[in-house]
Design a protein around this ligand. Structure first.
Ligand code: ZN
Length: 423
């Protein structure tokens, strides 16, 4: 059904002006609200027989808002405000996102107009739309919403403002402010939506943890070792790990040296996997198997993917490069992950360099001897593995930065391991 037909139908069933309904529909659809939901929301707005026949709905407590609430009026404290630019049908649109709270609860919002919101403000948002986002209700403040700032601040049981430690950041967070040290940064050219664009990517850290970041509007202040306050950043997820995004709307200011945590978060394998990904984690368990694809492997020189029989899935016939890798299944009795060791760590557990491994394979006329030796050394022994855990359609993979034999009571671990194998 076209938008025009939908407007016609709604206008006649609700007995209101078609132009007005159509304008509302267009707006909702432009906010990515699905057509059925948009129609439903207009039926509520024009009041299918409601006592006032439409108009501004009465005030609702945030805790009572559900995805089916239709339009609501809330009085709330603005907890956070994040400014962001999105693409809609080829046009750039500036939106504001964050959280609002009252005594009863808090809710995410998206403002499609600039209502000059600041964190700490107490506002009444009249006729705000409600839509479902990821199973939760979210407020849409748009053209038909009125926002008035109130004099007396509403006390709410939530932190006002976006200041957070890195460990507290979660994908979906908007308008966050962090104080961090830049641990690593590189300038890269990517194919952005406006052609080739320069970005910065790297790693930041504070006392609680370290996280990857991307700066989409390269700020010169973000140099290795710099301690900075980054205001108005947002957080998304890359392979299950929270990632900090700095934009043209973020501000960067130097601060006194920020201490950076040197220790990784220590978790059981089950906890780590359940978290959906951890950037810097320490897991201890037994290597129960060195998987296929370990030892001497070959990679596509173009994309680095592992190739077999000189065939890359993307680049076809290639002249592959030799490399060393280990994929080891680590089991701590609660769950398993695949620990992936790069060339350097693999050389340590193999006890020789890539050149040594190639010579070994030539001598034995068999490339598998390298993986075999690694398996003999690792299988059945306990290791402490530090790295970045991603959990996605490729499984739970821990890209190891450190891999060391665990000295924690090897006999007890061996017994637990045997019990596991027999169990
Ligand atoms: Zn390739």
């Amino acid at each position: 059904m076209s938008l025009d037909d939908a407007a016609e139908e709604l206008a006649s069933t609700l007995g209101v002006d078609k132009t007005e309904v159509k304008a509302d529909l267009e707006k909702l659809v432009s906010y990515s609200v699905p057509m059925d939901e948009a129609k439903q929301s207009l039926r509520r707005k024009y009041g299918d027989g409601g006592p006032s026949g439409g108009g501004t709905p009465s005030e609702t407590d945030i805790a009572d808002i559900t995805p089916e609430s239709g339009n609501v009026t809330v009085s709330a404290r603005v907890l956070t405000v994040g400014k962001r630019s999105i693409q809609y049908e080829g046009d750039e649109q500036i939106i504001f996102e964050g959280e609002l709270a009252d005594e009863s609860g808090r809710i995410s919002y998206t403002a499609w107009n600039d209502f000059s919101l600041s964190s700490g403000d107490t506002i009444t948002a009249g006729n705000a739309g409600v839509r479902e986002w990821d199973g939760e209700p979210e407020l849409n403040l748009g053209g038909s919403t009125t926002v008035t700032v109130r004099e007396d601040p509403l006390e709410v049981p939530y932190p006002v403002g976006g200041e957070r430690d890195l460990i507290e950041l979660e994908a979906g967070d908007r308008g966050r402010t962090i104080e961090v040290r830049v641990l690593d940064v590189e300038r890269r050219t990517i194919d952005g939506r406006d052609g080739e664009t320069e970005i910065l990517s790297g790693e930041v850290g504070d006392e609680t943890t370290r996280l990857p970041f991307t700066d989409w509007a390269p700020h010169d202040e973000l140099t290795e070792g710099a301690s900075v306050r980054l205001a108005d950043v947002y957080v998304d997820e890359f392979r299950g790990v929270p990632s900090v995004n700095v934009t043209e709307f973020s501000s960067v200011a130097p601060v006194a040296a920020v201490d950076v945590s040197d220790s990784a978060t220590e978790l059981s394998v089950r906890e780590a996997v359940a978290s959906g990904g951890v950037y810097d984690v320490l897991l201890t368990g037994n290597v129960i198997e060195v998987r296929d694809g370990s030892g001497l492997i070959q990679r596509c020189p173009e994309c680095g993917r592992v190739v077999q029989n000189d065939q890359c899935r993307t680049h076809g016939q290639v002249d592959p490069e030799d490399d060393l890798r280990v994929k080891a299944i680590l089991d701590d009795g609660t769950d398993t992950v695949t620990a992936i060791l790069d060339r350097e760590l693999t050389a340590e557990v193999y006890g020789g360099t890539l050149e040594d491994a190639l010579e070994h394979a030539r001598d034995e006329m068999n490339r598998d001897v390298v993986a075999d030796r690694i398996a003999t050394r690792l299988e059945g022994r306990a290791y402490r593995v530090r790295g970045s855990l991603s959990v996605d359609e490729y499984g739970a993979n821990l890209n190891a930065s450190e891999f060391a034999e665990s000295d924690a009571d090897p006999e007890a671990r061996a017994a637990a391991f045997l019990a596991e194998v027999k169990g």
